[in-house]
Design a protein around this ligand. Sequence first.
Ligand code: SF4
Ligand code: SF4
Length: 382
Amino acid sequence: MMNKVYFARTPDYSLDTVYDSVKSILLYYGMDKMVSAEATILLKPNMLSRSVPDKAVTTHPAVVDAVMKALTEMGAKAENITIADSGGGPSNPALNAASYKTCGYTDVAVKYGAKVYTKYETVTVKTDGVMVKEFELLEPVVNSDIVINLAKFKTHVMTGMSAAVKNLFGCVPGLKKAEFHMRFPDKEPFSAMMVDLCQTVNPTLTIVDAVTGMEGDGPGSGNPVYLGMLVAGDNPYYTDLAVCNMMGFDPMHPPIMAQAINRGLVPDKLPQDCIRGDTDLYAKLENFALPHSYRIDFGDRVPRALRWATPTVEKFLAPKPKIKKAACIGCGKCHDICPGNAIKIVNKKAIIDYNKCIKCFCCHEMCPVKAIDVKRSIFFNI
Ligand code: SF4
Ligand code: SF4
């Protein structure tokens, strides 16, 4: 692994522009030497929900299109390329096909003669992870020779940020993801599981779509923010560290990042000589909005003598999902995704039972009309 992070200035989503960036990335990481007519290739976009590209919730189809174009020019056969992801919520072939279509991936697959994966068959993979010893993964994740992780540059109300590593959660099919939220309701063990998953999937290359990213309460309900670049890396932890620094997080704060650093998978400071391509793009973003749930240095606000109680108090004051009744349309998507079975729909409005809520924010990710807020304790406003 080169452990370099490559920046490619990409002013807009026109295919020619994105293709130039993608081609420079693929050549830099030597993909032209890895690709062959026989190689099976998985393109794993971020298809969090059935969402049109302009909302910046999902990887833009132009990125998938440009990767497909470059790979086929490098000798890959389109029929050996599969686009696959599993968004949040229930899945079946019809729902999955509708998501690929809305996100723009079906049209890309048809254009080249590639496949979108709607079947959702799984393969169980043994792993020597810290939290998890086996994963049930989408079949093409396990059986493809090359996995190209096409992530999105987004904030995330639970994990702080979503880029290379978090994108791989979609390799776990449908509601199996909810089982992991139930098994690991706290974000630290959940994030340790995510690092186990990343080690297991071991993507060949990650390209993060940061032409338009998302700030605020991502990954589903934040605001699109223009950034004008692609960020790529052959090491997903190095790639995430660059994104983390650009967003303005302390690297030990997003729990997935902290796990990777503590395991020695990435240093806590990204050496400047790791940055390649349009190196001037690697800079902390001015006025970038972090999620409301972002846990600021709570411990620093508590008198030293009381710090032993911080984890308990912090848990009590943890941000919660809150339904905005006027905005709720009663669609039930939050109920369907909720791993804690904490949501009921009464008179066409969602109601949360906080005794059952594990604060995974899956409901917030899934709500199609931004009717679920992240409510923080007023303590954090002090
Ligand atoms: S109510 Fe929302 S945050 Fe709470 S467990 Fe259900 S999906 Fe997760
Ligand atoms: S809160 Fe959102 S997802 Fe839940 S029922 Fe209302 S509109 Fe649907």
